[in-house]
Design a protein around this ligand. Structure first.
Ligand code: HEC
Ligand code: HEC
Length: 290
């Protein structure tokens, strides 16, 4: 070891080592770094004593504070389960009027409704429930089967033209294919429906003819005013909403070939509470919840 030597430029001591004329300064470790190293080491030691830490052969050191994350998770799961059970019981045991008036139920519906609807219903009715060709808009259009909450829940439970033994049955007859009406008459009816929707105005005689055809063939299901009847599950033919399409060709096809849309039954696939929650969610989309 060479003698201690002070570097003339920096004023620091050198280590005495020298490589080809280059000498190494003996710079002390900054105090702040020492403080940092010591305090983090002390913290780590104390922390491993307080918290669950060191692995052993039959388990692990539980820590002096007795903190247990698994227990905390189990407790919060049990809490969530109990909360869900409470909601479910309320949803199936209270009537819709009471449920719709309860702000906590409404906020549950707004939280749990969208994912439930997206998973089960949106494929056909669309994410916002506004429908797709062949699938009705259930957010805005008048309900074919009625828009009372119990009615909607029942429609969801048993489906329409579905395999369920209590399924609702809604059959638009194939007036052309089954030769109940001729092509000319179907055209007259299509023109009449077009006129109702702002299409070309018919001559008085043509309109009178179409009105008679409608009264004789259609009113029994769609109502004499064409506005639909809940007990036959028929759509309102005078509003701007169409399930299948409101252009003349599609309307003609509806009359010629008939329509029997299938809405699956959800009993057995969704719980009664989920079905009632969805009924409330649909009502909320329709702006019917406070
Ligand atoms: C496989 C496609 C499909 C799925 C999935 C589906 N629906 Fe439907 N839904 C239909 C069709 C088609 C109709 C119309 C049937 C008809 O009028 O003949 C309908 C009708 C309805 C009606 C009655 C509308 C009225 O005017 O009265 C409601 C309410 C409804 N669906 C809610 C739901 C809900 C809630 C879900 C999710 C649990 C759902 N649907 C899932 C196809 C579907
Ligand atoms: C036996 C009852 C019944 C009779 C009679 C009937 N309809 Fe319908 N109609 C229905 C039902 C139910 C639907 C809904 C079918 C669906 O959504 O799948 C429907 C749907 C329609 C649609 C499609 C509406 C849309 O939103 O796309 C048109 C158009 C229509 N009917 C016109 C007529 C005309 C015109 C007549 C008379 C010639 C007639 N219907 C007679 C039951 C009937």
């Amino acid at each position: 070891m060479a003698l201690k030597e002070r570097d003339e430029f920096s004023g620091q001591l050198t280590t005495g080592h020298e490589w080809n004329g280059i000498k190494e300064l003996n710079t002390p470790i900054p105090r702040l770094l020492w403080v940092f190293l010591i305090s983090t080491t002390v913290f780590a030691l104390v922390w491993t004593l307080l918290m669950p830490s060191w692995p052993g052969i039959n388990g692990y050191f539980r820590g002096l504070l007795g903190v247990d994350q698994q227990q905390a998770v189990r407790a919060s799961l049990a809490e969530a389960e109990a909360e869900r059970a409470a909601w479910s019981t309320r949803l199936v045991s209270e009537d819709f009027e009471t449920l719709a008036a309860d702000a906590s139920i409404v906020s549950l519906v707004r939280q749990a409704g969208p994912p439930l609807f997206a998973d089960n219903c949106a494929a056909c009715h669309g994410l916002k429930a506004t429908g797709n060709a062949g699938y009705p808009n259930i957010a805005q259009a008048p309900m074919m089967w009625g828009d009372e909450p119990d009615t909607i829940a029942e429609t969801i439970r048993v489906g329409i033209n579905a395999g369920h033994p209590e399924s609702r049955l809604g059959q638009m007859l194939a007036f052309g294919r089954d030769q109940m009406l001729g092509g000319e008459e179907i055209s007259q009816l299509a023109d009449y429906l077009m006129e109702l929707h702002g299409g070309p105005v018919l001559e008085a005689e043509a309109r009178a003819g179409a009105e008679t055809l409608f009264a004789d063939n259609c009113a029994g299901c769609h109502g004499s005013d064409g506005k639909g009847m809940a007990d036959t599950g028929t759509p309102n033919l005078t509003d701007p909403f169409w399930t299948y399409g409101g252009d003349r060709l599609t309307v003609r096809q509806s009359i010629y070939n008939g329509r029997q849309g299938t809405m699956p039954a959800w009993e057995g696939r969704l719980s009664p509470a989920q079905i009632r929650l969805l009924a409330l969610y649909v009502l909320d989309l329709r702006g019917a919840l406070p």
